[in-house]
Design a protein around this ligand. Sequence first.
Ligand SMILES: [Zn+2]
Length: 79
Amino acid sequence: MRKKHSREAGYIAERMNPHVPGKKVVIYRAAEQGLDDKDGKYAVVCDAHRTVDNVGNIPHARCLMKAPETFCLECRALS
Ligand SMILES: [Zn+2]
């Protein structure tokens, strides 16, 4: 069953992972998703590898969402 990220707490946006077919990269408001937010209030999550990166603003988060290899080492290995 395909996971519906859009119903999750703190959901902001998602995009297909360019390196892992069928998986997504998702932006959340970190605190609402239960993630640490001391390094930035937004969390970008590589769904395929459960890698999380925190950033302070949405434009930066969207850049990372489009290019998960910039923060996820496992995606980098695939790219
Ligand atoms: Zn990844």
